[in-house]
Structure formats: structure tokens, C-alpha cells
Design a protein around this ligand. Sequence first.
Ligand code: FAD
Length: 606
Amino acid sequence: MNRRTLIKLIAAFPFVSEAFLLNKNAASASEEKHLLPARWRARPGDAKWPKADQWQQLNLEVNGHLLQPKSLEEMFEKATASRREALLKNLENPYFRGDEPGLTQSAGWVDAWEAACSPYVVAAQNEKHVVAAVNFARENNLRLVVKGGGHSYKGTSNAPDSLLIWTRALKEITLHEAFVPDSCPGMRSYKAVTIGAGAMWMDVYNAVTTKGGRYVQGGGCATVGVVGLVHGGGFGSFSKHYGTAAASLLQAEIVTADGAHRVINEQRNPDLFWAIKGGGGGSYGVITKLTLKTHDLPEHFGGVSIQIKASSDEAYQRLIEHFIEFYSTKLFNHHWGESAKLNPENTLSCGMVSCGLSEAESQMIWKPFLDWVRGSPQDYTLNKAFIGAMSSRHWWDADWRGKNLARTIIKDPRPDAPPEHVYWTDNQGEVGVFLHGYESLWLPSSLLKRRNQKRLARALFASSRHWSVELHFNKGLAGAPAEALEAVRHTATNPAVLDAFVLVIIAGGEQSIPGLPGHEPNLSEARANAQRISNAMSELRPLVNHSGCYVSESSFFEKSWQQAFWGSNYDRLKSIKERYDCHDLFIVHHGVGSERWARNGFQRIT
Ligand SMILES: Cc1cc2nc3c(=O)[nH]c(=O)nc-3n(C[C@H](O)[C@H](O)[C@H](O)COP(=O)(O)OP(=O)(O)OC[C@H]3O[C@@H](n4cnc5c(N)ncnc54)[C@H](O)[C@@H]3O)c2cc1C
């Protein structure tokens, strides 16, 4: 891989006494917080940093699973030339990155964060290990971070000088024919799946869909962690039909800051249960397990891959306008998800997916649009026009794809990798990315009304002059079935998602390795691109009267992040945070309650 390539990303029941105590602590803790110094947690070298015998004791409690991982710099420092080559190759593999306690999927973000390796890591094998680590961090006033799949764009699963709880080994997956959440005797049963916190979506799809013939709402990217995605709300390619991943949550197990291991659902700790459904990762405790409803599979899933190049700015503007009209009349419904991209070179690329439509049905739907394009050969060149469908059961079937659609997947090349460990070719550009900028914005469905379409098209064209603009239709839920919308309404995700037809994402970065000579990011180019990305989004902001955007795919520098990520849900989330973590053991950048700790709202909390 050319590591300097600039890429554009596409890609309750609480016990009364316990509740009382938690509230009481919250009051005294918030007074205390304002008195704490900037260096608020013990660091290596500090007198209060645990002594060797204390770490040894923790290691005993976690049955020898306390690790002292190597940072990337250390791995390279000691490596021979051939080992360095092999390591560089491995860094292109998202599964390898996920298997290393000291690595993250993104390399960092210009002027925001760079991946840091924790000096100590508890590689938890069960919830007892998590309890031991949480108690140790609290009692010794350590900076605590939690990592699952390691895909946080904002670097919230790593922090320098921290103790890391790493859930990678908690990957058990169990399917249920009739799951009833604990202490909910009157509740109906659901077909469901219980998933260990360290599982990746590809493992879940393999168990639930390929082997089990059911659907589970997860993420688009195969190697994203299950808990991180659900904690953010979580969108997959077919979310326009099934809603967010969080909306399917039936039950979770979580270790809270007091060291209690709790089973939570709509009856037990319902406030905390609601908060973890979209309230942001790493802020309320460590989830060890969750159970999600599974859904019926439709007969078909399908894909559309179209690329149209316009010959002039005027023709491009007409194309954008026509595409919006086509989208609003033919695609604005639960059958159609994923994205379209408008780039500065006057190209429209559609990489969309269909749910519940046969190939013939999809081709009929797209025909008038393609006829319109083909009718003006002087204005448009149709570089690609593929429209297909397949048995939905094979969508995540690595074996079937390997034989029939091999170009769409890349296999984990390591000899001992499980055969189902593949990832989308389209996600390769995101592995190890050092971000220059990443902004998102939900656009309301009212912009699709005929009278607003021209204004929307003009703004999108203006935006595309600065940077590529991606329209993620599956991450705005207007057009989804009423049942899916109702379930999402009961999550902590910003309600703006319900009326948004699309999440616009404008982002870019380069694959590089900060700190490694010859592979370092180009910071001046990164800053210039960050400005271009910001300028591109500025063209769209006047279209909306809110700043609503998706917490897991948004800017590190979001100004009004509380409103932008959670809207009217923020105050409730903050009071739940106070209740369960009044001493802020779990704190992440722009996470609920973090404003209390950020000396400057745009600096990383260390
Ligand atoms: C390449 C790529 C593709 C993506 N594709 C999608 C997509 O298709 N749809 C989508 O919605 N999002 C997508 N995202 C965003 C992704 O959903 C979020 O970044 C998500 O938080 C990642 O979860 P993780 O476990 O992999 O990451 P991590 O970095 O491990 O965790 C993310 C956050 O959750 C916290 N967390 C992790 N595990 C736990 C736990 N057990 N208990 C409590 N907190 C925990 C971490 O502390 C951190 O704050 C993508 C991101 C990347 C980098």
C-alpha cells in the first residue's frame, strides 16, 4: 500500500438503597470535581501510580491476563528489515489491528489525537476480570479506557498512561429461539442473539445470517466492534428497513463504576439501559454482553453500482437535481440504503443497496434514471451501471462471495485466520487512516419536497466544489417503516435522525503511521484538507436549523457536540451519567458529562 495516499473516506428495577446512594454520591462528587487539578489521574512516575506488587495482585485477580503491550514504535524499533516489511503489511489488515492490544483501527487525527498504547491492559476473559480492573482503576485513581473493535474515529478507546480494559476475548455468540429479558415475565419472547462484548460484526453475521438464516441489525463495516456500534446507535446498510442496532437491544450486562455487574433491560435499571442505546461508548461502564432481537430475512438483498461523469459544471448541476428528484420519488423508502457520492471532478457515484427487491424489480426502478442519463451523451458518460440482487442469506457468506463476488471482499491473509474473516474491499482505504477531517450532518426530509429540491441541489453542488460529499441514505431514517421508527424513538440517539432522509458525511485522511520516519502524515496538507472539508460542510449548514449529526461519525472538533449528538436527549443522559458514574471513572472526548473535564473543549482528555 502507498501509505501516503490521500484517501477520501466513503466510504428496573434498581434496589432502592442503591439508587439512593448513587444520587447522594453524585451531589458531593460534582462539588469535588471543580477542585481537582488538571493532572487528575495518577500517571506512571507519580507517587500514587500503583507499585509493582499491586499490579502483580491485579494480574493474579485476572488469572494472568494483565498485559504490557508494545507500542507500534517499539514493534518497529526492535524489528529486522523483513519483520518490518511483514509488520507494514499486517497493518493493512483490520483483523490484525484488532488482535493487537496496543493498536487502533485509525492512526489518529490531525491536531486532535494520535494512537497511544496503554502501559497496562486487562485482556478480560470474563466479567470477573472486568470487575477487578474497574475496581483497581477506581481505587488507584487511574485513567481508564475501554476498547472493543478499536474503530473509534475520535480515539476514545485509547489514551496515554491509561489502564485499558480490552474485551477482544469476550466473543461468544448464542442464538435464541425465544428470549425473554430477565425479570420481565410478562414480556413476549423474541428470536434473539446474545453476543460477547469483544465480537465483531462479521462474526455475528456469520452466526446469525449465514448459518442461522436470520437478520441482525449491525454495522456496515465487518470489523467494527459490536458494543461500540450499539453504544453509538449504529447503522448498517439496511438500517432504512430495520432501524438502528441500538433499537434492537433487549438486554445487556454491564460493570458500572462501583464494580457492580448488572443485568439491565427495560425493567432493570431502565434509565441506564436507555442510555447505552446510542448514548455513546465508554461513558457509563463496561458492557460485557448484549442481546439483540433478530429479524426475518427478506428473500433478496441487492446492490447498485453506477458512475456518471458530467462534461461540465452546468450538466453536473442538472444531474444532481435530477438525481434528487429520482431519489425522492423512487428510492425514498425502506428498500434503499447506503450511499451516493458527489465529487469535485463532476462525477456522481452510487453505491446503493436494496432490501427485499429482486434484480428485475431494481432494474425497473432505476431504468428511467439511466434512460435520462443515456439520453444526453454529450453531457454524461455512464462509466459503470451494475444493478443486481442475490439471496440475502449469502450477503455475508465469505465462502459464497469468494466464489461469486470475489472482488468485493478481502480475506484476512494470516494462515490461521478463520475462513469467515473477510472485510469489504471498499473499507481497505480506511485501515490505519490518519484523519484530516470528518464532518456529518442529518438533512431533514422536507428538503426532498419539490419546492426545496433546487435549493438542496445547489447546496450539494457548491459543497462538492470543496470536497467529495457522501450521502448516506441508510443513516437517516425518514422513510423507514413505522415499527422501526418507533423502536429508534426509544433510544438515546438524537431524535433528528427520525426525520432525516440522509446523513451527509464529508471526510478525508491518509494512511500513515505517526512517529515512524518515512510513514509520517503530511501535517500541512492535512490542515489544508481539514479546512476544505469544513468549507464543504459550511455550504450545507444553512439548509438546516440544527447541528444534528451521528456521534460515531462526526468531527472531533464539533462545537455544540451535546446538542449535535443527542439533541433533546442530552440532559437526561447527563443525569444518568451522574447517577451511575458520579466520579467520572469513564470519560471520553465529547462523551456525556465530559465537558466537566475538558480544559479546552477541543483538546483530548488525557
Ligand atoms: C472503518 C470504519 C467503518 C465504520 N462503519 C460504520 C458503519 O457502517 N456504521 C456505523 O454506525 N458506524 C460505523 N463506524 C463507526 C463505529 O460504529 C464506531 O466507531 C464504533 O464506536 C466502533 O466500535 P468499536 O468497538 O469498533 O470501537 P472502539 O474504539 O473499541 O470503541 C468505541 C467506543 O466505545 C467504547 N466501548 C467499546 N467497547 C465497550 C464496552 N464493552 N463497554 C463500554 N464501552 C465500550 C470505547 O471506549 C469507545 O469509546 C465505522 C468506523 C470505522 C473506523
